[in-house]
Design a protein around this ligand. Structure first.
Ligand code: IMP
Length: 194
């Protein structure tokens, strides 16, 4: 099996997590930056699957490796799963993550704070191959104030139920065992092992 894989993301946090999880299996992960590719795929899909496919498919046409893409988001129960698909765009529209945290705290005042991260990975082996999808969920809740600065995105306001710890305080290796991304990647690893 070809152990060189392209990850269709410009998100440094995601890239670091894929490398940490897949490197022990001998995979070498290339990013758009490694291949000097400047392509920003518009996420026009209405589901994580659609968006992950749009990204994987756009890059698979131009790179010589199998492609993985990752569409993910934070879903807050009391906000009807908002920001969800718009997680990244919501933070941008607020002017950055610290402002997005404050806005979410404001919207959650007096409400239940249950939430989960969701991740959908799309794998496209060759330009004419059928896309394969691997999904993972990480349940938890939104904290009352930011805690720690580890991870990326919404990690500093997320408490992970499974380990009863704040993602902003745990080390990379711990997050990479229990996160939504780790769970989706676990399924991908099983597929690769077959
Ligand atoms: P995407 O690039 O459209 O998939 O955006 C995903 C966005 O969801 C990220 O930019 C973060 O805002 C959020 N997100 C996804 N996964 C995580 C995570 O593991 N920790 C914190 N935030 C995440």
């Amino acid at each position: 099996m070809n152990k060189q894989i392209f990850l269709a993301t410009n998100n440094k946090g995601k890239l670091a997590e894929y490398r940490e999880i897949l490197a022990p299996m001998g995979f070498v992960i290339y990013s758009p930056k490694d291949l000097n590719i400047d392509l920003d795929v518009e996420e026009t899909g209405t589901t994580y699957r659609e968006n992950s496919f749009l990204k994987a498919n756009a890059f698979r046409k131009i790179v010589p490796f199998p492609v993985l893409s990752d569409d993910s988001g934070l879903e807050i129960d009391a906000l009807n799963n908002f920001p969800g698909l718009f997680s990244s765009r919501f933070a941008e529209s607020c002017g950055g993550y610290p402002q997005a945290y404050e806005e979410l705290f404001r919207r959650l005042e007096g409400k239940d704070r249950s939430a989960h991260f969701r991740c959908c990975i799309c794998y496209v082996e060759s330009p004419d191959a059928k896309p394969l999808y691997f999904e993972g969920i990480c349940p938890g809740r939104i904290l009352n104030a930011p805690s720690g600065d580890h991870g990326f995105g919404y990690d500093p306001i997320f408490h992970c139920d499974e380990i009863d710890q704040d993602f902003g305080l745990v080390d990379e290796a711990t997050k990479n065992k229990y996160s939504h991304r780790a769970k989706a990647l676990q399924k991908l690893k099983l597929f690769f092992a077959i």
